[in-house]
Ligand binder design. Structure first.
Ligand SMILES: Nc1ncnc2c1ncn2[C@@H]1O[C@H](COP(=O)(O)OP(=O)(O)OP(=O)(O)O)[C@@H](O)[C@H]1O
Length: 834
């Protein structure tokens, strides 16, 4: 084993022999070839029928079938394979489902019906979106899903973000991305007149479009050498001594670690007449063919409670299984350690306490014009209003500009987006211009974000920076929009920078002509919210995407949280000699000091009135209030939004069950507004940059420590002050141990007078019954998947019924037997089935 020593600042990390062994045996991006076991493939009728009724045929066994072999062996080729019609494509559940991976009949029915309903141009869903837009406050549609079952497959397959795609927006899909696709002058040498005809006009053309001369003289560079930057910093390099935890370990428990979206294929929509099973999408364990060589049946029997949270929650919400025993307090100290294979040396940089940039200020002393970026980029930066670099930008920019792979950790709201976009743009600037005759111009920079909002935000930020680079185009591909339209857009306006959510990106790789070829040009791959993307829910997608970009590339991973398990597996994306740049200084918390954090523990039946009281208090204190209320699931989010609306608060809701157009609208409104409350599921937990949020309330136990930090990080951005309140029931108090190292203190529970209690009760009585039923079911699913709460099913049901009573219901709503079976809750006393 080679162990190279580093400069004094970067110490080599060496592995214990047994860890090396494990690490090297881990798969990187190599996948064994897939073996298809086509059935009836010779029939000419099948491909045609497959296109029309893809899932139906697959269900009937007429489409291509997957042979019994490992999931990995199957999936890569399927992903890369030629377009053979949908008959050969795998729905997501096929790739991921641990057991019974096939789609259920119910889901196929839904897809078929939706396919038919989609043919109706006057779909009520489309109209409803418009209606929603007109209403001040929008209620979730309740019955429309029954009449118009939701289409799955492609739309769903952007569950890379949250599978919102079920709620198809029938209106213009790309309204919010008007600047996308600015076509490069270098792409074609058409006249200005020609350019005007383009559906997506070029971006601001004021700058010099001639690439030569875009890039500044490197002699201008006065940016501090990264080594110098950290020279005072004794870069930590600890030998990793924690036990290795394999993916199997993680999946072994009753509950996967988090967000295993891939399991989700059977949709809640199938059950909407039952009051809305929230995001129930799993192919269903044991409901069909076993597509993985693993004893799922056994697992099922041994673990009757092993229904995954993802089966019952929508995708961003499926990021919820609790990992309460991570021992983060310890791991955090070791965040600067590494666990990498044989000849791996990882440079680890941790901002020292004494560093000038490590003060509470998120800005550093360095200016952008001190660093080696092109003058046109500098102009864009200046116009964006940025002068000094933030700490993370200062720390990462020189390293990235040198071409190194980087894993960077920096607190929320400290400018990570610019930190990875700016050097990526410089790579494009330095690349040869694309010529007109290039049929499939390469995508040079690929940015992957876990959510649609985040992808849109990143592309907007890129557009700002590209203001004076008219020849560089950026496009965004996300779910919730029509794939065909997106295909046209990206084909008509090729770009060098693509921002995408994983699911939709996969769709394009599989279904868009020439797209895979274009990806072979990728020079920089960015994973924003990298820990989330490398988490179980996304990992397979990410591995496949990585297998579709060149090995010779630069990879950048950014997040505010980098748990140890992500450090352990980040080599699937990063070169072994990457640099880990941690700007969260040693001994400091991962949250901002200027954000006051408190927790309130109060009985569940008081939660609604407490939330109301907290909001009233806050509104009275701050006329410029801007509040985010995080709820556990989409359906609970809807319920809370309904309630607060009935209480005459100025409230909006956002969650995965809303159409993308609505989400975009609400998100934009909240970004610009003051005096507004946004009730949200975890779609807003990560990355979303809402300026000046004054308060974040988290109702109920968050998915895990990371999610708590990211949600809280919606306030206190850019060094501003903020406040965070975590509202827990007594039996949720265990969560506090996972964040005990954070500066969170016990808050005083606001007193709620009897009048207020009555007012809340009255408001609750006005909330639609079906929304309560859906919230109850979703609540049950969420906590059922919680390691701690879900362990004792009897107790869980008692608590769920307490929740039901807190909504003003005398009897808990009945739940479909099938759903109860999936939750492993059949015959548990206290539950009503139907
Ligand atoms: N150098 C800079 N000077 C001033 N503002 C900046 C600078 N760089 C970025 N910003 C702004 O800081 C805000 C936060 O940036 P960004 O959203 O990239 O944070 P982040 O670190 O990615 O947060 P999160 O962890 O929540 O995703 C944005 O509004 C961005 O425009």
């Amino acid at each position: 084993m080679k162990t190279t020593s580093f400069s004094t600042t970067f110490m080599p990390v060496r592995l214990l022999p047994q860890l090396r062994l494990l690490s090297t045996s881990l798969p990187a991006t190599h996948f064994p070839p897939m073996k298809f076991a086509p059935t009836l493939s010779s029939s000419r009728a099948v491909p045609i029928l497959s296109r029309v009724f893809p899932l139906r045929l697959r269900y009937m066994g007429l489409g291509f079938r997957r042979s019994l072999q490992t999931e990995r062996a199957f999936s890569t080729r399927a992903f890369r394979g030629p377009r053979t019609g949908s008959g050969s494509e795998l729905p997501r559940g096929y790739e991921r489902r641990a057991g019974g991976a096939s789609k259920s009949l119910i889901e196929d029915e839904a897809e078929l019906s939706d396919w038919v309903s989609e043919l109706r141009s006057d779909s009520p869903r489309g109209r409803e979106d418009e209606l929603e837009g007109r209403r001040g406050r929008v209620r979730e549609r309740g019955t429309d899903r029954e009449s118009y079952p939701i289409k799955k497959s492609r739309r769903e397959s952007d569950s890379g973000d949250f599978g919102e795609s079920r709620r198809r927006d029938f209106r213009s899909p790309n309204q919010s991305f008007t600047r996308n696709g600015g076509i490069s002058k270098r792409f074609d040498n058409k006249s200005e007149g020609d350019k005007k005809d383009r559906p997506f006009p070029p971006r601001n053309n004021r700058g010099n479009s001639n690439s030569s001369g875009e890039f500044g003289d490197s002699s201008r560079r006065r940016f501090p050498n990264p080594n110098e930057y950290f020279s005072r910093n004794s870069g930590i390099s600890k030998r990793f001594d924690n036990k290795f935890q394999s993916d199997d370990d993680k999946e072994d428990g009753l509950f996967p670690r988090r967000n295993n979206r891939g399991n989700s294929n059977l949709k809640a929509d199938s059950f909407t007449r039952n009051g809305g099973v929230e995001g129930l999408r799993s192919g269903g364990r044991g409901t069909g063919k076993t597509l993985r060589v693993m004893d799922d049946t056994e697992e099922e029997e041994e673990k009757p409670t092993g229904v995954r949270i993802e089966d019952f929650l929508s995708e961003e919400e499926s990021d919820t299984a609790i990992s309460d025993d991570d021992g983060y307090g310890v791991l955090r100290e070791k965040s600067a350690t590494s666990l990498f294979g044989s000849d791996n040396e990882v440079s680890v940089k941790v901002l020292p306490k004494s560093s000038p940039g490590s003060s509470d200020s998120y800005l550093s002393e360095s200016r952008f014009d001190q660093c080696s970026v092109s003058p046109l980029s500098l102009k864009g930066i200046k116009d964006a209003g940025y002068e000094k670099m933030t700490v993370v930008q200062e720390a990462t920019l020189p390293v990235i500009l040198k071409g190194k792979d980087v894993l960077a950790k920096a607190k929320t709201g400290t400018g990570k987006t610019v930190a990875f976009l700016l050097p990526s743009i410089e790579v494009v600037v330095k690349s040869p211009p694309i010529t007109r005759d290039q049929k499939r111009p390469p995508i040079l920079v690929l940015v992957i974000c876990p959510t649609r909002e985040l992808a849109s935000q990143a592309s907007a930020e890129a557009n700002k920076l590209l203001k004076y680079h008219p020849s560089i185009g950026v496009q965004v591909v996300i779910g919730g929009t029509r794939l065909a339209l997106e295909q046209k857009r990206i084909q008509a306006n090729p770009c060098q920078i693509l921002v995408a959510t994983p699911g939709r990106l996969k769709d394009h790789i599989e279904n868009t002509a020439g797209f895979a070829t274009r990806l072979m040009g990728v020079k920089v791959l960015v994973l924003d919210e990298a820990d989330h993307l490398l988490d179980m829910g996304f990992r397979k997608d990410i591995e496949r995407i990585i297998s579709n970009v060149p090995k010779q590339r630069q990879t950048l991973l950014f997040s505010a949280t980098v748990p140890e398990e992500v450090r352990q597996i980040c080599h699937i994306a990063l070169k072994r000699d990457h640099e880990y740049i941690n700007t969260v200084q040693e001994g400091s918390e991962e949250t901002h000091a200027q954000v006051r954090q408190t927790h309130l523990v109060t009985p569940l039946d008081k939660h609604f009135s407490q939330v109301y009281a907290l909001l009233k208090e806050h509104i009275a204190d701050d006329v410029e209030y801007k509040v985010l209320v995080f709820c556990t699931t989409a359906m609970v989010t809807r319920l809370v939004a309904d309630l607060l609306g009935e209480l005459n608060l100025n409230v909006r809701e956002i969650h995965s069950r809303k159409p993308q157009s609505y989400r975009t609208r609400v998100s934009d409104e909240f970004r610009k507004s003051k005096g507004l409350i946004l009730v949200t599921s975890d779609v807003s937990a990560r990355g979303v940059d809402y300026p000046d949020v004054t308060l974040v309330i988290q109702v109920g136990v968050p998915a895990d420590r990371q999610q708590y930090i990211h949600r809280l990080g919606r306030t206190g951005r850019k060094g501003k002050e903020g406040q965070g309140i975590l509202l827990l029931a007594p039996w949720e108090e265990f969560f506090l141990s996972t964040i005990k190292d954070l500066p969170i203190t016990k808050g005083s529970v606001p007193s709620v007078d009897p009048d207020t209690t009555k007012k809340v009760e009255r408001a609750l009585s006005k909330v639609e019954m079906k929304n309560k039923e859906a919230a109850y079911q979703a609540w049950l699913g969420y906590y059922n998947s919680n390691k701690k709460v879900g362990r004792d099913k009897h107790r869980l049901v008692e608590l769920a019924n307490e929740f039901s009573r807190s909504m003003g219901l005398d009897n808990p709503p009945a739940i479909p037997k099938l759903v109860l079976g999936k939750m492993g809750l059949k015959n548990v006393p206290g539950l009503r089935s139907k």
